[in-house]
Write a new protein. Sequence first.
Lengths: 308, 266
Amino acid sequence: MTALPAVHSSRRLAFSASRRQQRGWRTAIVFAAPALLLFTLFIVLPVLEAGSASFFNWNGLRAPSADKFLGLGNYQQLLTNTTFQRAVGNTLLIIAASLLIQLPLALAMAALLAGRQFGSIAFRMIFFLPFILADVASGLIFRFMFDGDVGVLTQISQLFGFGEVHLLSSKDLAIVAILVVATWKYFGFHMMLYIAGMQGIDRSLYEAAAIDGATAWQRFVHITVPGLATTIRLSVFFAVLGCLQFFDLVVPLTGGGPLNSSHTIVSFLYYFGIARMRIGFGDAVGVTLFIVCVGVALGYRRWVMRND
Amino acid sequence: MRLLVLFVVAGFVLVPLLATAFGGLKTLGELRTNTFGLPEHWMWSNYIDVLSRPQVWQMLGNSLNIAVFTVLLTLAVAAPAAFAFAHLKFFGEQLLFNYLILGLTFPFATAILPLFLKIRDLGLLDTPWGVVLPQVAFGLASSVLLMRNAFRHIPDELVEAALVDGASYTRIFWSIVLPLSLPILSTVAIISFVASWNNYLLPLVVLDTQDKYPWPLGLMQFQSLDSTDWPKVLTYITITIAPAVAMFVLAQRYIVAGLTAGAVKA
């Protein structure tokens, strides 16, 4: 910013104090109104309506009448529903896999690719590529990979003398397949966050450590990881919130099957609420998810990211 | 050692993509016996077959249509709002901004059922606008945030000097702020384009008629009808992800910067 001559700036200050306020308000309303309107109409109101509809037994056709009032009935049904319990368990599993496999992998790759060595850029781009592909396409690609008949996994298994592998039609293993695809798709995104964070670490720390004879591993543990603490907390935040809303990959991979064993919270919402037009019940799922997400977001910001 | 690890991980990422691209060029019989290698006979007829279906072109056209309108409307709505929050002082500024930013933590799925009813009541069910408007609304929080942060780098003194010279806010926005902000505008445009192009849940709920489907719905339907004809399904996948890959290669800097910056600055 260039400093303005003193005379001019004092005149401008006087000007901005008086005219700017009133002129600003009218303009601001005109400028911001469309955004606020769209946001209110398509997001805030629907969320509030989900809140009220979740207390009714409603199919969405006529306005819910008083005799359809269930109170917390939908929520009670939901919490005792074994498929929903399984869906919550699966969602927690996806979160765990994300934190224990995906993020460490992303961190390791970031550490290998943060510098300007030959090929770094190319590898970064390759690892990031799955992130921009549509979930539906990614899901179908892996449906093919895991197909028991023509899939790559089966062929590898047969190469070593084992039989066909039907990963996606196994009640216990279908969710594992989903975890693999989620790792494949999302680790590159977190890697990019870490690489961006590593650019902010003071180079001289590494030079000093190298002079003191620290090994690469020691430098990673004592300089890189602490230096990335803020970024890591942020990436954990996104990973958890993203996993809570995990949906798109489930449809092309398993559709929640076999025997409803691989649902997530949102795929449960879709198949049991929307597809069957049980609006009140579906809204109860949505509101539960909302409370969890907002609770996690606020709690995490309050306690974990308070200094960031 | 470093390179060995990198090549293993790169293999994990690329093998599924390559197997898909090559798989689309094989016969079903060859796919069973030779999943990895290059095709023995390059079955370009799979491509001709898929590409000669008018539905495929229509779906790609629908996706493009929805994505373009989403981008244009996002820019048209988010940029003025971001300007107001960056350079205007007005009563309730902070409150309204925080209200909008709330959208960053709202899970999309929570609102999907009432959103469906709202779109129905507005008569937008089974129309492209029923997909475009909610998409714009859901992208607003991050778009406005990204743009406001960028607009703030334009010095207040510049805006005030223009005011003193008698320019209106509209003129300042149009002739000073926008021309200086092309990088952030393209970043937001690319983010909303990619999000729209890949969106699945919203069109799934809003659109009924097949000839209005965007490609992810069409792909799912194609796969469920022809589930055993893997080579054609793989051809179809390859055709639909090729534009995304091409765009990524061409605009990687903006895409990576945009998608990660959106996260970091939240």
